[in-house]
Every structure is written in structure tokens, then in C-alpha cells.
Design a protein around this ligand. Structure first.
Ligand code: CMP
Length: 131
């Protein structure tokens, strides 16, 4: 999911190019905006964290571009491509190093397991939107 900061600053195309050049196939993609409530559902696992309310406000502050991506070892390879959560710790050449503004406004989200990728994909896309 490309996050509001990166979409608002016009980085969607550059990020998509990096994703495709890294060998991912786009199965589904759209531009949409979360309400604070839906952002809270998406990040429910972080409900007890001190940054949760700010995260829900930020994630509903503008348009996002969720995608379903396919590749061998997709979860691991995508996390390598996007870099560390905190852009200060992200490797050179990663999406977050190039485009993230802060640990919160960090340009992009990647699922942390195959199981969560399936859950998060279904959060945004019907089966008839996945090709
Ligand atoms: P993401 O990989 O989408 O998963 C949870 C998100 O919470 C993370 O990216 C950041 O946007 C945000 N986040 C994680 N840690 C912090 C933190 N310490 N302070 C503020 N936001 C955070």
C-alpha cells in the first residue's frame, strides 16, 4: 500500500516502476481513501501502541494506492525492496530511503506474512478485482 504522503507528493508512478522492475506482478491496484475507522481496522494489531491514533489519522488523511502483488518469496523480497520502517535505518536504494518522510509517514506498507497478505488483500479487493 502506497501511503498518503507518497501519493500526495506524486511518487506513485516511481514506486510502481520500482516494484515492477523488482519482478513483482500487479494482481490488483486502485486509488482510494480510508476513513479513520477503516484505517483503525487495517492496523488493529497496533491498537495498544502509543502511535495508533496518530497512525489512523495519518492513514486517512489522503489517498492511498493499495495493491496485491505476486512473486516467489514476495513477502521477504518486498520487505527488502521497501526497507526499514524508520527511513533513517533504511538501506540506500530502498523505497523508504528514497521517499519516506518519517517513521510514521514512511511512504509504503508491506504485509509481514503470506497469511496477512491474504487478509490485507481481501480488505481492499473483491476476488473479481484480482487478475
Ligand atoms: P507499517 O509498516 O505500515 O506498519 C505500521 C505502521 O505504523 C508503520 O508502517 C508506520 O507508519 C507506523 N509506525 C510504526 N512505528 C511507529 C512509531 N514509533 N511512531 C509512529 N508511527 C509508527
Amino acid at each position: 500500500m502506497i501511503k498518503p504522503d507518497a501519493v500526495a507528493e506524486g511518487h506513485t508512478g516511481a514506486i510502481l516502476k520500482m516494484i515492477e522492475e523488482a519482478g513483482f506482478r500487479v494482481v490488483a491496484m486502485k486509488k482510494t481513501q480510508l476513513t479513520p475507522e477503516r484505517a483503525g481496522q487495517f492496523y488493529a494489531v497496533h491498537k495498544e501502541r502509543p502511535f495508533y491514533n496518530d497512525l489512523c489519522d495519518y492513514m486517512s488523511s489522503g489517498a492511498i494506492v493499495p495493491m496485491i502483488l505476486e512473486k516467489e518469496n514476495a513477502v521477504t523480497d518486498f520487505r527488502t525492496l521497501i526497507g526499514a520502517t524508520n527511513p533513517a535505518n533504511a538501506d540506500e536504494g530502498t523505497i523508504r530511503k528514497l521517499f519516506a518522510k518519517s517513521i510514521e509517514a514512511n511512504a509504503i506498507h508491506g504485509s509481514d506474512s503470506d497469511e496477512n497478505a491474504s487478509i490485507e488483500g481481501s480488505f481492499f479487493f473483491a476476488s473479481t478485482e484480482q487478475y
